[in-house]
Design a protein around this ligand. Structure first.
Ligand code: NAD
Length: 359
């Protein structure tokens, strides 16, 4: 029977990379019944909002979705659809595998890391008060009464909520992944030396969960600024990282850089029942409609989707086909060539077709 999957092509280069991904998934022989959902700019034009309840219903019904990037219009009052999807569907675990593939341009070889980022709270919770508003002034005065540290007049305020419950949930998800996938060590990343209460709670929660896995998975912690340096200088010391939302966002992109950039980096967002797969990159407006960008990140995201659908053999064949094309370095997009102007670079669709031939 065909798997039902919600497909959100998204904005900019989204339709091109998701189309390339669809070709590759279909070439594995796995039957998918794609339910295509409009989000982003097309949805704004039609429905006045970038994310309709109908799209959320489709994902809730199918429980599996894959999406292209979605543009966040700046200064038009729309919140990021990506953040809305994660919060509305309680997709609390953002998982980013960072694996080295031969043929990619990387500063370091053999990176093999898996990142678990908490997806629902922290400074991403969207609790913000703009400078000059009544609410912001009331909050500022309240805080100034309660705290020895004072907030300057004319400030904007963003709130960083971190709960023990959400922290334990993401750390447990990371440990469960480690056990299932034979990973050896988890490092909790934080800034608890400065944010003693919020990051302190994240660290304490991580330590508590780690105790349940003692003897099975090693655990340590690292302060986020030191972690960034360590990841560049001593990557091989780390196996899996678990982080609150904001550090997770930044460190994942750092690690995307370590494996050859945004064209390669894949991602997944998991809740207890729903999973949403997506490339890490954005909608790259300057390349829209040019059949130019790298489809690998979206295709590798579909490898994660196939694993989630328990189509392990298809996932392995597709990943190996991507690996072979990257290693050969012939039928690859401009960003994977030694020079960005290399005339032998192929288009998005042609790279996908080369991958299909190797499945
Ligand atoms: P971007 O990822 O679109 O582009 C950054 C750089 O990477 C650009 O030079 C771009 O051309 C290049 N690039 C991106 N994807 C590529 C690919 N597949 N192959 C080759 N090169 C690629 O980031 P941005 O310019 O900061 O953001 C553009 C829009 O995308 C914004 O509206 C932003 O909000 C949105 N965005 C969405 C997501 C998402 O939907 N998950 C993620 C990031 C950014």
């Amino acid at each position: 029977m065909a798997h039902k999957v919600s497909l959100l092509p998204g904005d900019g280069i989204g339709p091109e990379v998701t189309n390339a991904m669809k070709l590759c998934v279909e070439a594995t022989g796995v039957k998918i019944d794609w339910e295509v959902c409009e989000v982003g700019e097309k949805s704004i034009a039609k429905h006045g909002t970038p994310l309709t309840e109908g799209v959320l219903e489709s994902i809730r019904r199918n429980k599996t979705a894959i999406k292209g990037p979605i543009t966040t219009p700046i200064g038009k009052g729309f919140r990021s659809v990506n953040v809305q999807l994660r919060q509305a569907l309680d997709l609390y675990a953002c998982v980013r595998p960072c694996f080295y593939y031969e043929g990619t341009k990387t500063p370091i070889k053999n990176v093999n890391l898996v990142i678990f980022r908490e997806n629902t709270e922290d400074l991403y919770a969207g609790i913000e008060f703009d400078k000059g508003t009544t609410e912001c002034e009331r909050l500022r005065q309240m805080i100034n009464e309660m705290s020895v540290k004072k907030i300057r007049e004319g400030s904007a305020i963003s709130i960083k909520p971190i709960s023990g419950e959400a922290s334990k949930r993401i750390v447990r998800a990371a440990f469960e992944y480690a056990v299932k996938n034979g990973r050896k060590k988890i490092t909790a990343v934080h800034k608890a030396n400065i944010m003693k209460f919020s990051d302190g709670l994240f660290l304490k929660s991580a330590q508590e969960v780690a105790k349940e896995y003692e003897g099975r998975v090693e655990f340590n912690d690292c302060i986020v600024d030191n972690m960034c340096m360590q990841l560049v200088q001593s990557t091989s010391l780390y196996d899996m990282l678990v982080l609150p939302n904001l550090y997770g966002d930044i460190v994942s992109d750092l690690c995307a850089g370590l494996i050859g950039g945004l064209g390669i980096a894949s991602g997944a967002n998991y809740g207890d029942e729903i999973a949403l797969f997506e490339p890490v990159h954005g909608s790259a407006p300057k390349y829209v409609g040019q059949n130019k960008v790298n489809p690998t990140a979206t295709i590798l995201s579909s490898v994660l989707m196939l694993k989630h659908l328990k189509e392990d053999s298809a996932a392995l064949r597709l990943e190996n086909a991507v690996r072979a094309v990257l290693k050969e370095g012939k039928d690859v997009t401009y960003d994977l060539k030694a020079s960005r102007n290399d005339p032998s670079a192929v288009g998005t669709l042609q790279m996908a077709e080369a991958i299909c031939k190797k499945i």
